[in-house]
Design a protein around this ligand. Structure first.
Ligand SMILES: [Zn+2]
Length: 68
């Protein structure tokens, strides 16, 4: 009984869900989508664990996922 309740709590605590929502929309357009150095016209390229600017090389790591 107690174990099952614990599992429920863990499921609801999923922090990476935010990124799943962004991915579902195709591109990372709502947040951090443009380079802070180059301005709004330069979009960031999205990778598995980071976003990068193809123009100046700026890299921003995505640290929302749980690492082991
Ligand atoms: Zn840039």
């Amino acid at each position: 009984m107690a174990d099952e309740e614990k599992k429920e709590v863990i499921k609801k605590k999923k922090t990476s869900k935010v990124w799943e929502v962004y991915e579902a929309k195709g591109e990372l357009k709502r947040k951090n989508s443009s380079c802070p150095k180059c301005g709004d016209g330069v979009f960031m390229a999205k990778h598995k664990d980071r976003v990068t600017c193809g123009k100046c090389g700026y890299t921003e790591f995505i640290s929302q996922k749980k690492e082991e």
